[in-house]
Design a protein around this ligand. Structure first.
Ligand SMILES: [Zn+2]
Length: 315
């Protein structure tokens, strides 16, 4: 099962919020995976479709327990992907389809018919934090996905309408100062978040607490692995640098040796040259510490420079 499905299943199995939140959550579902059924004479029904059976059960229970509406459940096949099932809940006008649409703000007030259908999200769902969380749950369960954190940090919600993309960006921003991005893809409008800290915030807001722990565990493991890799790379780079500098110094020293002129070096330079021959892997600081009296890194570097000049003058 994908990480996304695990998250959705956890949220879908969590208890419903307070009674004020029911309409918010239902609004999230209908606005993302619902459609309006026009039955004629201004009568409207609602259909909600999802590929997740746990989500379908949550919507059915929510409708029954909080709205007293018994929705009809049908299990069909995906239009294009025959191996995928679609769970469809329908509420006809006679069973209260229009009532639902009014309660979630798709049709304002006591108006009827398709002329008054509005897009976006009703302002009353933004008033209380509990209701905003419920709205976010409904929206994510209806149209959200979350990548496996082993691969990448990416949470997105896809909408058919731009208005919903804008409203959801505003919704996410209403909790904390989030870096929410938007883009278009094949005519769809997408809200997405790529920062692990913000994805964690969203998981907390939606009540996916065990998946949050799993997410955090994976994130920490990745972080440790990256740090170890960085440290290894860093050690290798430093060692390579020391070795190549040392090889260069040794080549001058050997040249002086070949021409039997080591004795012509000033005593301090000779000590330094001999220390280098004995300790080819040592850094300049380490080399300086081996000398009598010990000297600092820059003093060793200055001596090496003089050895180099001496060797060059021999040619
Ligand atoms: Zn509420």
């Amino acid at each position: 099962m994908s990480f996304s499905t695990d998250v959705k299943n956890e949220i879908a199995r969590s208890p419903f919020g307070k009674s004020c939140c029911a309409a918010s959550e239902l609004c999230g579902f209908v606005r993302t995976c619902g459609s309006i059924v026009i039955e004629g004479k201004g009568n409207l029904g609602v259909k909600i479709a999802t590929e997740n059976p746990v989500v379908a059960r949550r919507i059915k229970t929510l409708l029954l327990e909080r709205f007293g509406i018994s929705a009809r459940l049908m299990v069909g096949e995906h239009e294009f992907l025959r191996n995928r099932r679609v769970y469809e809940l329908s509420v006809s006008a006679a069973k209260g389809g229009g009532k639902i649409l009014r309660q979630i703000g798709v049709i304002p007030g006591d108006k009827q018919g398709i002329d008054s259908i509005s897009g976006g999200l009703d302002a009353r769902f933004f008033k209380k934090k509990c209701c905003r969380k419920a709205l976010l749950r409904g929206i994510f369960l209806g149209a959200g996905t979350l990548s496996d954190p082993q691969d990448t940090y990416h949470l997105e919600v896809i909408f058919a309408e731009e208005q919903m993309m804008i409203a959801t960006k505003r919704l996410l921003g209403s909790f904390t100062d989030m870096h929410v991005k938007t883009r278009q893809r094949r005519g769809n409008h997408i809200v997405y978040v790529k920062e692990s800290e913000q994805i964690k915030d969203i998981l907390t807001l939606m009540g996916a607490h065990s998946q949050l722990l799993k997410f955090e565990g994976i994130r920490i493991m990745k972080e440790i692995r990256n740090q170890t890799n960085r440290a290894n790379n860093c050690d290798h780079a430093n060692m390579d640098r020391t070795l190549s500098a040392s090889e260069r110094e040794l080549s001058f020293i050997r040249q002086i040796q070949r021409m039997d002129r080591l004795d012509d070096l000033a005593p301090a330079l000779l000590d330094t040259a001999l220390a280098r021959i004995d300790h080819p892997d040592a850094t300049l600081s380490e080399l300086g510490a081996l000398l009598h009296p010990p000297i600092g890194k820059s003093a060793v570097a200055a001596r090496m420079k003089r050895i180099e000049t001496f060797a060059e003058e021999l040619e």
